[in-house]
Ligand binder design. Structure first.
Ligand code: NAD
Ligand code: 6OD
Length: 478
């Protein structure tokens, strides 16, 4: 899949390029165009022009129909999307075929469905004219799109997280300029092809490729012609984007990093908690923002839990690589740091040897650690790899204190068979998403996002439509 920009309805790949490497085996996948400031300017200009055209006057029904055509287009090229996602990320094919691509289709369908249920006029009421006026007034509010929206997405779930923002942004009537991660440009380019085939007016969706700081990402998010920024990625990147956004007071929606805890209470179903933690720590080799990196286990279960989790981690096969050599080296540096900080390595802790082409890729072993103090950097900092640290606790209050002692607050998992405890504990965990006896069970309409350094705002269902549009109140004196 040749990566190309898509600007004002035209595919182009002019300018400098950079190589794309397959993380599964280290082989080259081709060259990616790096958007210059001029390409980004062209994309923002094309988006602005599209808003002034027919797209700016579409009805919700027309936009819903457009989203359904895009969903159908992705579905029709399902295998092509899976192939491209697997090549760019190295993730197991099963993950791309059961999560990434179906969820991307689901994102477009879900917002098409929501548009039918959503009144264009969000609020209508008649109130006494008490603010210096007299008589009655009719107030009603309409929701207006924000305008040109910049979408910046990461490499871990490239198509899923891109469409998670593009679908509601288009549903609300905006024009989009998207910049996917430089590591994963291929499914975004395929999506641009599908959107072109779906007949959206030129400039409604634009795609630029390239790097972040000092490059396409920064040109876009600092652009005065951008009316809103929806970003998913590292918290430090969010902070850098926010500094640029401040110059134009551009609104932001941020989904950022995490250091997610799991709490395993003494009354938990141990089998379910172990298997659930295998999933929550090691799915996509830990490269999902929702993955568990800190596990706190009630002392009576602690030793058996650690033994069983370690055995399951050692037995895992078929896992994918880290996204890049750089990210592999970062994860391995935390494996070394953990040892220096005094960790016991229960499982993993190094790089696997497969004896085949995968040895040219960027794999690291699923790793289980114990014995670190809560102050250890390994326990406090997001690693974003297949690794968790397991520690015991004695009381419910202590478990909550440990879970909440983090600069992050994205997701948490609670394992208990006590219904009262589940309801008592879940709202006290400082996280935007708390799962009880499950992990990553997601309904697209529910609020998604983090507290503290894990994000600003909520996405999902109506929450996304609220971010991507704003109410305008109209007051008529009667
Ligand atoms: P990243 O922050 O390095 O990059 C994300 C995107 O931002 C890329 O497209 C990149 O090119 C761009 N970018 C980088 N610097 C920029 C800058 N200064 N200005 C504008 N754009 C810039 O993140 P990543 O390594 O791609 O993804 C992993 C991170 O994302 C982890 O921290 C993970 O927790 C987080 N993440 C969070 C969620 C969530 O929903 N909360 C979901 C997925 C990933
Ligand atoms: O499942 C989703 O919709 C979603 N937004 C997942 C985010 C995962 C982060 O890496």
């Amino acid at each position: 899949m040749k990566a190309e920009h898509y600007v004002g309805g035209v595919f182009r790949s002019d300018g400098p390029t950079f190589p794309l490497i397959a993380p599964a085996d280290g082989t080259g996948l081709g060259e990616v165009p790096e958007a210059t400031r001029e390409v980004v300017d062209d994309a923002v200009t094309a988006a602005r022009a599209a808003l002034a055209g027919p797209w700016g006057r579409t009805s919700a029904e027309e936009r819903a129909a457009a989203l359904r055509r895009i969903a159908d287009g992705v579905q029709a090229r399902f295998e092509e999307f899976v192939d491209a996602e697997v090549a760019d990320t190295g993730k197991p094919r099963e993950l791309a075929a059961t999560i990434d691509v179906p969820r991307a289709v689901g994102n477009f369908r879900a917002y098409a469905d929501l548009l039918y249920g959503r009144p264009e006029r969000a609020y209508t009421t008649q109130v006494p004219g008490w603010s210096g006026g007299s008589g009655q007034a009719l107030n009603y509010s309409v929701r207006r799109p924000l305008g040109v929206v910049a979408v910046i997405s990461p490499w871990n779930l490239p198509l899923l997280l891109l469409t998670w923002k593009v679908a509601p942004a288009l549903a609300a009537g905006n024009a989009v300029v998207a910049k996917p991660s430089e590591e994963t440009p291929s499914t975004a380019t395929l999506l641009a092809r599908v959107i072109a085939e779906a007949g959206l007016p030129d400039g409604v969706f634009n795609l630029v490729h390239g790097h972040g700081a000092g490059a396409a990402g920064e040109f876009l998010t600092a652009h005065p012609g951008v009316d809103a920024i929806a970003f998913t990625g590292e918290s430090a990147t969010g902070a850098a984007i926010m500094r640029n956004a401040a110059d134009h007071v551009t609104p932001v929606s941020f989904e950022l990093g995490g250091k997610n805890p799991a709490l395993v209470f003494a009354d938990a179903d141990l089998d379910a908690a172990v298997e659930g933690t295998v999933r929550s720590s090691f799915t996509h080799s830990g490269q999902i923002c929702l993955c568990t990196e800190r596990v706190y286990v009630a002392r009576p279960l602690y030793e058996e839990f650690v033994e069983r989790l370690g055995a399951r981690a050692r037995a895992l096969t078929g896992y994918g690589p880290m996204i890049s050599a750089e990210h592999r080296d970062k994860v391995l540096s935390y494996y070394r740091l953990a040892r220096e900080e005094g960790a016991t390595v229960v499982a993993g802790g190094g790089t696997p040897e497969f004896g085949d082409a995968r040895d040219g890729g960027y794999h690291v072993e699923p790793t289980v650690l114990t014995g670190l103090p809560e102050t250890a950097r390994t326990v406090r900092e997001e690693i974003f790899g297949p690794v968790c640290h397991v520690a015991p606790f004695d009381t419910e209050d202590e478990a909550l204190r440990l879970a909440n002692d983090s600069p992050y607050g994205l997701a948490a998992t609670v394992w208990t068979r006590d219904v009262s405890r589940a309801h008592r504990v879940a709202p006290r965990v400082e996280a935007g998403i708390v799962w009880v006896n499950c992990w990553n069970l997601r309904d697209l309409r529910t609020p998604f996002g983090g507290v503290k350094a894990s994000g600003i705002g909520r996405e999902g269902g109506e929450y996304s439509l609220d971010f991507f549009s704003e109410p305008v109140n109209v007051c008529i004196q009667i």
